[in-house]
Design a protein around this ligand. Structure first.
Ligand SMILES: CSC[C@H]1O[C@H](OP(=O)(O)O)[C@H](O)[C@@H]1O
Length: 356
C-alpha cells in the first residue's frame, strides 16, 4: 500500500499529492522552507501525515547543523519548529508532533554523556531526534491498524459506506483512519460499496480517495458533494465514515469543509456517522469546536484551479474555509486507536486520554 512520507538514507521524501491522480511523484524535502511549502500546498496533507512529515522535516532541517554548543542547536531547532508550525492552523497533529520533537530534544540533552565532546553529544541528539520522528510514523501506522479493527466492528458485510475528503493511507503514515476498516474489510471479504464525495474545492475525494481505494480493488463510486443526500435517501448508504483534523474536548470535530453537512444529512436519514480520530488528533485543551481555528485558503481553488477555462466571473469574491466543525450531537461514535468512544464525549474523551 502506498505511503505518503518516507525517510531513506536520512533523506525525506513525500508523495506530491497535488499531482495525483495523474502522476505518482516523490519529491525530496531538505529545508524548513521546503517542508513548510509542501504542507501549505497540500503536497503532503491529512492530519496524521502532516504530523509525520513535520517530525521528519524538523529532524531534516537540523540534521546538518554544526552548532558550536547545545544552546545554539536548541535555538535553531526551535526556530525551525516555530516556522514549520505556521504552515496550516487546523490539524492539531502538526503542533502535537513538533512539540513532541522539542520535548525529546531536551530529554536527549539530559541523556547525552556530558563527559564526551559536544560533537559526539550533538550526533547522539540528532540520532535520537530521527528515532523520535520514526517512532511517530510507526505509532501512527499501528494506530491506523487499530482504528481499522475498531471501525470494522461497527460495520457489516455488504454495507454501502459514504466518505468525504480523504482520510486514507495518503492522509496518514499508512492504511488511513476512516479508510482503514475498509481496507481490512477488503482483506476479509466484507464487499463494502464505497461512495466517495468528490470534496470540492480541492477534490481530495475524487483525486485521492477514489484513486487509492480503486488501486486496492475496493468497490468505489465517485459522486459530487451535492449527491450525498440522494444516495442516502435511496438507501444506498448504511454508514458514513470520515476523518478528523482536530477534535475538541466536547467531541466537536473539525474536518474537511462539507463534513458537517454530511453529518446533518446522516442524522436526518437515520444513518450512523462515525468520525475517526487518533488520540494525536484529540485536543482536550480546546473546549469546543467554536475555538478551533479554521484555515481559509486562496479563492482560486474555487474559481479556477481545476478548470481549463474560467468557471466563474473574473475576480469574483469567494469564501474558502478549508474545514468545518461537526457538532458532537451529530457524531454517532468516535473511533480511536484505543477504542470506540460514545457520547457524552466531554467525559468519555477525557477518560480515554487520561484513563480517569
Ligand atoms: C486522517 S485526517 C485527514 C483529514 O485531513 C484532510 O484535510 P486536508 O486534505 O486539507 O489536509 C481532511 O480534513 C481529512 O479528513
Amino acid at each position: 500500500m502506498i505511503t505518503p512520507v518516507k525517510m531513506e538514507d536520512s533523506r525525506l521524501w513525500i508523495l506530491d499529492q497535488s499531482l495525483l491522480p495523474g502522476q505518482e511523484h516523490y519529491i525530496e524535502l531538505r529545508t524548513k522552507e521546503e517542508i513548510w511549502a509542501a504542507i501549505k500546498k497540500l503536497q503532503v496533507r491529512g492530519a496524521p501525515a502532516i504530523g509525520v512529515a513535520a517530525a521528519y522535516g524538523l529532524y531534516r532541517a537540523v540534521r546538518d547543523l554544526e552548532s558550536a554548543n547545545f544552546q545554539d542547536f536548541a535555538r535553531d531547532f526551535h526556530w525551525a519548529k516555530e516556522y514549520i508550525a505556521t504552515a496550516r492552523p487546523t490539524a492539531v497533529n502538526l503542533f502535537w508532533a513538533l512539540e513532541r520533537m522539542e520535548e525529546r530534544l531536551y530529554q536527549l540533552r539530559e541523556q547525552a554523556d556530558a563527559e564526551t565532546p559536544w560533537e559526539e553529544q550533538r550526533a547522539f541528539i540528532k540520532e535520537g531526534l530521527f528515532q523520535e520522528a520514526d517512532a511517530i510514523r510507526r505509532e501512527d501506522e499501528q494506530s491506523c491498524l487499530a482504528m481499522g479493527e475498531h471501525g470494522l466492528s461497527l460495520l457489516k458485510k455488504g454495507m454501502g459506506i459514504l466518505t468525504h475528503c480523504n482520510a486514507g493511507t495518503l492522509a496518514t503514515a499508512k492504511y488511513g483512519t476512516c479508510l482503514a476498516p475498509i481496507y481490512l474489510g477488503q482483506e476479509r471479504g466484507y464487499q463494502f460499496r464505497v461512495y466517495a464525495d468528490e470534496t470540492r474545492p480541492l477534490l481530495q475525494g475524487a483525486r485521492l480517495t477514489a484513486w487509492e481505494l480503486s488501486r486496492e480493488g475496493v468497490d468505489v463510486t465517485l459522486i459530487c458533494d451535492n449527491m450525498a443526500s440522494t444516495v442516502m435517501k435511496q438507501g444506498l448508504i448504511d454508514a458514513v465514515v470520515v476523518g478528523c483534523d482536530r477534535m475538541a474536548a466536547n467531541g466537536d470535530g473539525a474536518n474537511k469543509i462539507g463534513t458537517s453537512g454530511v453529518a446533518i444529512l446522516a442524522k436526518e436519514y437515520g444513518i450512523p456517522f462515525y468520525m475517526f480520530a487518533p488520540t494525536s488528533t484529540i485536543d482536550l485543551d480546546t473546549a469546543s469546536g467554536e475555538e478551533i481555528v479554521i484555515e481559509e485558503r486562496d479563492g482560486d481553488e474555487i474559481r479556477s484551479l481545476w478548470y481549463k477555462r474560467p468557471m466563474a466571473p473574473e475576480g469574483i469574491k469567494t469564501y474558502n474555509p478549508a474545514f468545518d466543525v461537526t457538532d458532537h450531537e451529530y457524531i454517532t461514535a468516535v473511533v480511536t486507536e484505543k477504542g470506540i468512544v460514545r457520547p457524552p464525549y466531554q467525559d468519555s474523551l477525557r477518560e480515554l486520554i487520561h484513563g480517569i
